[in-house]
Design a protein around this ligand. Structure first.
Ligand SMILES: Cc1cc2nc3c(=O)[nH]c(=O)nc-3n(C[C@H](O)[C@H](O)[C@H](O)COP(=O)(O)OP(=O)(O)OC[C@H]3O[C@@H](n4cnc5c(N)ncnc54)[C@H](O)[C@@H]3O)c2cc1C
Length: 451
């Protein structure tokens, strides 16, 4: 009898794995059945803020592969099917067909859990009102679009993390009056040190965003089922649309209920081959914990870049190959209008929390030779271990061409380099691309001199 791989979750991790298995195994060697509770597969959630902003005009363009396209490649995708339980002793997944209410069970030889993560939604009064939403799916983006077309003019974004900042830009771009409410003292304060986050706050305010920092939302005013205002301790802001962007939690409940190991950070525990602690059960993507290469801790870093890589790794392993996921550094990039924001590794605060003696060294530099048109300023902060000079992390906030420089620093970090070694690296130079001392080299040289 043909062996069967069952995959729960048909987006980045699940479908990367399915595609990789199919590259390595024919249908008669390994059948693949994917249960996906929505009606879509393989769509780029990362593009949603740019869809809202009108930079991307076609929702369909965010779909990398439709269910039909997957089926044509020999992957049995069953959309609108929600996996409700896993019996690891009998190797069975129980499934609810959402359109008919029918329940069924399917045997697996190998099981991959790729259930992703869910947005954090506090139990604030009024949170269920119409007009209060998250931006996690194409349907969410369609609802934002519908509200804008219907005349929404005032938007409030709750939470100034990556998604909050991106959505705020998108809504501003569409001509809405935008307020961003953030409990912490700076935007992106969970991923940047305060001195670097200040540049982001300045850019948001300069663009016309009403930025309410150090302010906690307490609930929503609702009229006729629709949100009309966001309430805070001492004030309220009128709102036609509210987008909540408070971070995510791994969807690990199905695994936990089945007795599959879940770690302290809330994600499914996996090894570097993406095996769970249960035989023949694998997991990948936003639902798992990953090994942090600097701290050695198990962390949840919900990013598409990891979900795709982990999907490829787990697919290779399920198909009988041998691939390892090398861990994460938390490298990430975004932008607010013309300001690019990027980070990798540890911030100063995270280094201290990990018990590492570190200093932060900040350098101001230019993206191109000072005499070449279009040169943009940028700030690079390096976090460096005292004594050894080992690079622990980096943050960049600056104009065009600043952000992707983080990848050079991430490469150095990945390979355990010291800032003195980074300062001596052979990086490219010509006036339209960088000063003769690239900002990365300048920053590393300054840090090497200061430790
Ligand atoms: C607005 C936004 C912007 C983003 N921008 C970036 C970015 O710029 N860069 C970046 O690296 N990452 C970004 N991300 C994160 C990235 O989209 C995710 O890390 C990635 O989608 C995770 O893939 P996944 O397959 O693990 O999970 P998901 O994409 O969440 O897929 C999980 C799938 O499982 C399905 N599912 C869950 N439970 C069940 C069940 N019981 N039965 C059946 N199906 C189930 C879900 O419906 C879902 O389709 C962004 C995310 C959002 C929302």
């Amino acid at each position: 009898m043909t062996r069967r791989l069952v995959i729960i979750g048909g987006d980045a991790a699940g479908m990367s794995a399915a595609a990789q298995v199919r590259r390595m195994k024919r249908i008669d060697e390994l059948e693949i059945v994917v249960f996906e509770r929505t009606s879509r597969t393989s769509y780029a959630a990362c593009g949603l803020p740019y869809l809202v902003g009108g930079y991307v005009t076609s929702p369909d363009s965010l779909v990398a592969r439709t269910p039909e396209q997957h089926r044509a490649r020999g992957i049995d995708v069953r959309t609108r099917h929600e996996a409700t339980a896993v019996d690891v002793n009998a190797s069975i997944v129980t499934v609810l067909e959402l359109d008919t209410g029918m329940r069924s069970a399917l045997h697996y030889d190998e099981l991959l859990i790729g259930t992703g993560a869910s947005g954090i939604l506090p139990r604030w009064p009024g949170i269920d009102a119409k007009g209060v939403l998250q931006l996690r799916t194409l349907d969410d983006a369609a609802e934002v679009e519908r509200l804008i077309v219907a005349g929404a003019r005032r938007a409030v974004v709750v939470g100034a993390g990556y998604i909050g900042v991106e959505v705020a830009e998108g809504l501003l771009e569409r001509g809405l009056q935008v307020t961003v409410v953030e409990r912490l003292e700076a935007p992106m304060a969970a991923v940047l040190d305060a001195d670097m986050a200040a540049g982001v706050a300045g850019a948001m305010q300069a663009a016309g965003i009403d930025l309410r920092l150090g302010t906690a939302v307490t609930g929503f005013t609702v009229d006729g089922g629709r949100v009309t205002a966001v309430q805070m301790a001492a004030s309220a802001v009128p709102a036609d649309i509210v987008v909540i962007g408070l971070g995510v939690r791994p969807n690990a409940e199905l695994a936990r209920a089945a007795g599959i190991g879940v770690g302290a950070a809330g994600g499914i525990t996996v090894d570097d081959r993406m095996r769970t602690d249960t035989p023949h059960v694998w997991a990948a993507g936003d639902c798992v914990e990953s090994h942090h290469r600097i701290t050695g801790q198990s962390v949840v870093v919900a990013l598409g870049t990891h979900a795709n890589k982990q999907g490829r790794v787990v697919g290779t392993n399920i198909a009988g190959g041998d691939a390892l996921f090398g861990g994460v550094l938390g490298t990430a990039i975004t932008r607010f209008k013309d300001v690019e924001i990027a980070r990798t590794g540890l911030t100063e605060r995270e280094a201290a929390a990990a018990g590492l003696a570190a200093i932060g060294v900040t350098t101001e530099a230019s993206s191109r030779a000072h005499y070449y048109p279009g040169a943009q300023p940028m700030k690079i902060k390096l976090v460096v271990e005292r004594g050894t000079g080992r690079l622990l992390g980096a943050q960049i906030v600056g104009g065009a061409e600043a952000g992707k420089r983080i990848d050079v620093l991430a490469t150095a970090l990945w390979n355990g380099m010291t800032v003195a070694e980074v300062a001596g690296m052979d990086l490219s130079y010509a006036p339209p691309f960088s000063p003769v001392w690239d900002p990365v080299l300048l920053a590393a040289g300054k840090a090497a001199a200061e430790i």
